[in-house]
Design a protein around this ligand. Structure first.
Ligand SMILES: Cc1cc2nc3c(=O)[nH]c(=O)nc-3n(C[C@H](O)[C@H](O)[C@H](O)COP(=O)(O)OP(=O)(O)OC[C@H]3O[C@@H](n4cnc5c(N)ncnc54)[C@H](O)[C@@H]3O)c2cc1C
Length: 321
């Protein structure tokens, strides 16, 4: 299968490599190699690649900015498609503006540029790593804003139905989740966002204030950001801290002493070390407070199924009903 696949990639004129390290493309700098890694830089390349993958019935995984995933130490079998399709343009400007953006565009850079041009709507996104595609999939958000609040529609390629336009309602966007994050087999190609004209000076001030809050509360260093979703009415970081786990270290990975929902890779950290710390946090918090911490990040690649199960499925014995 891999040989048939790489022969096709060659024919399509795409840039690809076998046994390609993925850690450098993640914000945690953790994870094993992709069996095959291909880079896609344009819509034309996506539209050439996708039908071929569908025909071959090849399973593949899309990597955006790698800032919300924990890739297994054993890597990712099969094909990883690295989305480098970056572009954006105004469809309409005025008091109400429409922005078209390719899915591989960096969210934070886009947000900064729209603020600089005097448009409100993405101030919350300055400082969030990753791509617009990843932000749509996870309904990224901060400081009361999120993708659901600005998204008009997405242009995607669905495994069974081909190219479609989906509304936010079709995506079923919830707190850090969508149908795509729940496993709907589709690739986000582009999105249309609605922004509003604002006072550039006021927008800049708001961004500066958010950034200051980030710097004060979020630790620097390699991480995937928030490990767990905040449970209703509480904060994952507060609970992990109250369970006495701030500063706990396994190997090269540490639960940050500054913010307990951030796990920092000090250099040679492994995915298994992160997994062990996540389990420790889940078990302690469940035992002490009866609260299940649901991972915000996704486990990707060759994880033993029982490790995925342990992290993703609440343990009924330890959590209060
Ligand atoms: C320091 C730090 C701070 C952070 N702060 C925040 C925050 O304030 N708020 C917040 O919500 N998140 C935050 N995050 C998490 C992360 O940045 C966001 O979730 C981000 O939107 C993920 O985008 P990505 O491109 O990195 O996705 P990836 O991690 O590459 O992928 C995430 C998932 O989306 C899928 N995917 C990616 N692109 C596509 C596509 N085009 N089509 C289909 N599927 C796709 C992947 O297959 C994967 O399943 C933070 C992370 C870090 C490291």
């Amino acid at each position: 299968m891999v040989q048939r696949l790489t022969a096709k990639l060659e024919k399509l004129g795409l840039e690809w490599a076998e046994k390609a390290p993925l850690a450098p493309y993640t914000s945690s700098r953790i994870g094993g190699p992709a069996q095959v890694l291909v880079r896609v830089f344009s819509e034309a390349q996506w539209l050439r690649l996708l039908p071929v993958l569908w025909d071959l019935q090849a399973s593949f995984w899309v990597l955006g900015g790698g800032s919300n995933v924990l890739i297994a130490d054993a890597g990712v079998p099969g094909l990883v498609v690295h989305n480098r399709y970056r572009a954006w343009r105004w469809l309409q400007q005025g008091d109400e503006a429409l922005l078209w953006v390719a899915s591989g565009t960096g969210l934070s850079v886009l947000a900064r540029q729209t603020v600089e041009q005097g448009y409100a709507g993405l101030e919350w996104a300055v400082g969030i790593p990753g791509t617009v595609g990843g932000a749509v999939v996870g309904n990224a958000g901060a400081f009361g804003g999120d993708m659901a609040g600005v998204l008009v529609e997405v242009d995607l390629w669905h495994r069974e139905r081909g190219r479609e336009t989906w509304s936010p309602a079709d995506l079923e966007m919830g707190y850090r989740t969508t149908r795509l994050k729940q496993g709907e087999p589709a690739v986000v190609l582009a999105a249309v966002l609605r922004l509003y004209r604002g006072d550039p000076e006021a927008l800049r001030r708001r961004v500066a204030e958010y950034q200051q809050r980030r710097r004060r509360t979020q630790p620097p260093g390699a991480s995937v950001g928030s490990m767990f979703k905040n449970p209703p009415g509480d904060y994952a970081g507060r609970l992990i801290d109250a369970a006495g786990l701030k500063g706990t270290r396994i190997g090269d990975v540490e639960i940050s002493p500054l913010h307990a929902n951030f796990f920092i890779n000090h250099g040679q950290g492994t995915a298994y070390q992160v997994w062990r710390l996540m389990r420790l946090a889940q078990e302690r918090v469940a035992r002490q407070f009866g609260v299940w911490l649901e991972p915000e990040i996704q486990l990707v690649g060759a994880w033993p199924p029982e490790q995925v199960q342990a992290l993703m499925v609440p343990d009924a014995r330890s959590v209060r009903p």
